[in-house]
Design a binder for this molecule. Structure first.
Ligand SMILES: [Zn+2]
Length: 395
């Protein structure tokens, strides 16, 4: 095709489609996966990683795992692929990470060693490091786990702290893959400190005043963006049943933390639905020790049933996008649902426009900018409601 004609077509296409209407549906993701996989063959681990990214973005989680397995067939020690499949090496063998950690713990504890920071060390050495940390953070840390991007100080049991560390480290990878296309990531960002408290009094003493009933009697969390750049997650001792909730809160708050610290996108000042909807998009998408954006936790499904199943009045998306509202539980759910719709709804046709809108933040945050990038709200509303009913309420 002569290039002149191609340019003309591209220039015309907004007119042909009509302003504000969503673009044409992309190729069916499964079909695209099949085509790309057939082209890749058996020699291109980088290509398979890129295909795994493609699957992740479109919520094809089984295909994503399949693509990562292809990487490992070509390069068995591919660290990123192993990490994304939540596998770890113990004694020269790759295992599900939880199992590798359990075996390692048994072997190391058998030798009288303790895990503190990054390695297993003699108890005396761990005591010394713990004392130094207690002085530095000014509360009674019991254990500490360091991952490539995080330092977790915790007074929760070691096994729980390790599970949370793995989950949050996995979240950092998911964030880089999804938002690295939107915002530039800071390659030299310092590890984010996470405080995992065991009692509310310490939480409030170290974390400062808690606003707006954010902190329940069981778990709560917030991201301190002002001075210390620390994520706090509190948990009352003995409330083990709330681990799921604590993990969800930690993932939610870390999303805010990554916005500030990793992408430097400073979404502060932009409408709350963008911040909270995206934080819930991650926080309610935990599968085991992985964050799989687009999947829905049991809690998320339950909340959607309450909010969209007729239990609460619907919040029009214009109310969210204009930012002219308070922020209740229903607003969190509606924001999450709308972000879910924009990334995954209608066969993924809004995702590129939504990313374009996000990339303009925080300057271009108005409803007009949103409509220019994604589409007119009145036209989106019915499709969004269908998504609520057909995707978010279906279980
Ligand atoms: Zn939040």
């Amino acid at each position: 095709m002569p290039s002149g004609r191609l340019i003309l077509l591209l220039a015309l296409s907004p007119l042909l489609l009509g302003a504000g209407k969503p673009g044409p549906p992309p190729l069916d993701p499964e079909a695209e996966y099949g085509q790309r996989a057939a082209r890749l063959g058996e020699t291109d681990p980088k290509g398979w990683v890129a295909l795994a990214d493609f699957c992740e973005e479109r919520g094809l989680w089984e295909r994503q795992a399949e693509a990562l397995r292809k990487v490992l067939a070509l390069e068995p020690d591919h660290k990123e692929a192993r990490a994304r499949l939540d596998e770890a090496c113990f004694s020269g063998e790759w295992l599900p990470a939880e199992e590798a950690e359990a075996r390692e713990a048994e072997a190391m504890q058998g030798m009288g060693l303790l895990l503190y920071g990054t390695t297993w060390i003699p108890a005396k050495e761990a005591d010394r490091l713990r004392e130094a940390d207690r002085k530095a953070v000014r509360w009674d840390v019991e254990t500490r786990i360091d991952t490539p991007h995080l330092v977790l100080y915790s007074s929760r049991p070691l096994a729980f702290t390790r599970r949370l560390a793995a989950l949050l480290e996995n979240e950092v990878g998911a964030y880089r893959r999804l938002y690295g296309r939107v915002w530039k990531m800071d390659p030299g960002a310092k590890p984010i400190r996470i405080y995992l408290f065991g009692d509310r009094a310490t939480f409030e003493r170290v974390g400062g005043p808690v606003h707006g009933g954010h902190l329940s009697d069981y778990v709560g969390g917030f991201y301190d963006a002002n001075a210390t750049k620390i994520l706090y997650v509190g948990m009352i001792r003995g409330a083990e049943g709330n681990e799921t909730m604590a993990a969800s809160i930690a993932v939610h708050e870390l999303l805010h933390g990554l916005d500030y610290l990793l992408s430097r996108s400073v979404v502060k000042g932009t409408p709350k639905w963008i911040q909270e909807g995206r934080a819930e998009h991650f926080g309610q998408a935990i599968q085991g020790r992985r964050v799989q954006p687009g999947t829905l936790s049991r809690f998320a499904r339950g909340r959607f049933r309450t909010v969209f199943g007729g239990g609460m009045p619907e919040i029009p998306i214009a109310t969210l996008v204009d930012g002219a509202c308070g922020f209740t539980e229903a607003h969190y759910a509606a924001s999450q649902a709308f972000v879910h719709f924009l990334f995954h709804g209608d066969g993924g046709r809004h995702a590129a426009g939504f990313r374009a809108f996000l990339s303009g933040l925080p300057a271009k945050a108005s409803r007009a900018e949103f409509e220019k990038a994604v589409g007119k709200l009145p036209a989106l509303e019915p499709a969004f409601r269908r998504h609520d009913q057909e995707v978010l309420l279906a279980s």
